[in-house]
Design a protein around this ligand. Sequence first.
Ligand SMILES: C[S@@+](CC[C@H](N)C(=O)[O-])C[C@H]1O[C@@H](n2cnc3c(N)ncnc32)[C@H](O)[C@@H]1O
Length: 432
Amino acid sequence: MTVGEYLNKARNQQQISIRRLAALTGISHSEINKIENGERTAPSALHLKSIADILGINQIDLFKVAGYIDNDVYTVPANFAFKYDGLSDDEVVQVQSYIDSIRSKHPESDKTAETNEKKNIKVASLFAGIGGICYGFKQAGADVVWANELDKDACKTYRKNFGGDYLVEGDIKEIDPHDIPDIDILNGGFPCQAFSVAGYRKGFDDERGNLFFEITRILEVKKPRAILLENVKNLETHDKGNTFRVIKEQLELLGYHVHKKVLNSMEYGNVPQNRERIYIVGFLSEDAYNKFKYPEPIALTKTIHDIIDVTDKKPLGLYYNNSKYYPELKKVMKNKNTVYQWRRVYCRENKSNVCPTLTANMGTGGHNVPLILDDYDIRKLTPEECVGFQGFPESFEFPDDISNASKYKQAGNSVSVPVIKRIAENMIKAME
Ligand SMILES: C[S@@+](CC[C@H](N)C(=O)[O-])C[C@H]1O[C@@H](n2cnc3c(N)ncnc32)[C@H](O)[C@@H]1O
């Protein structure tokens, strides 16, 4: 049934004329007519909301019929923002956050995690960092039972947030796969610098590239039912596609059926960060491989102000007023609604009003932490804001005894948790 037919039926049941509905809602007679006869294929969500109020229709049902809320997961479809006529930007944001709030309050949105908990899916995490991927799997209802990470500071952060008595601190090369408990899913955001175009294009010649083969060494013994590997977007095209070809072949040799897709966090995770990453998902079972679907895009309803409080004065060390670049920055940075990226010689505003890709090397050797203008002055993002742009839960904390440089590195090295959560949910569903 179309949304027009649905409304027409409800209006007739209530015995309300179009003219009366128009008077009660303030929507024009012709607009209601267009919605009902299907001429308006994408009616304004605000209009639908007012009509639902007057006709006593359940708003969620109406939004579902209109295709504005996904039936199962209460997400806002990506094309949602384009489904209006004549709404101002503010109204669009208003409607989107309204739908977001329906979703977050609706028990259905938590149902997936609860159901998955019962399935008792066990997960191990390689190159676990500060646990971005672990958070995603936990939020999807899986049980993280083992993890490995080399970096001492990252391990401190991991333990602070996960307890993590299962976290093995040390080089993956030293790990005997037989010491890893039995698991259903193995994941790993393996070190990516070697594959990054921004890096040195070293590929498998680089020691870091070789760490991929540590993953296959573990897969060979543990044979988990599924894998999720995350890396930079350019992994796919690195060395004319040879690097990725090798990875896929190796996984296939081990019996995995492999999907890959590049997802941008701002399109698939409702986090305001422009972060494109490749997500490689593999299953031993062909049936699970066929059933698996990457998540659909969702609308970006969060803005940088969900993460940054421009009224909050930060420690002086974060402000740039003593920098020799200050006069230059001052000329460019006028907008409090965006995040700026400072390259050695120029400063760039992010037109899409989202945070640029956070990187592991930000804050070191000429690679800068993104900048903002707050109510006090120009400053760089705090490490806490950086993990906020990765969609980490509010409960997340860095330990006190690690440097800021370490914190920035950890945040940039990590993943966007909501994207992982959505992929993990679909993986678990496919494995049923
Ligand atoms: C791209 S990051 C992954 C971060 C992680 N996905 C997260 O959410 O924080 C790669 C991680 O691999 C770790 N690493 C690098 N070499 C390693 C090795 N030989 N053994 C174990 N971990 C290693 C790095 O310290 C880094 O934390």
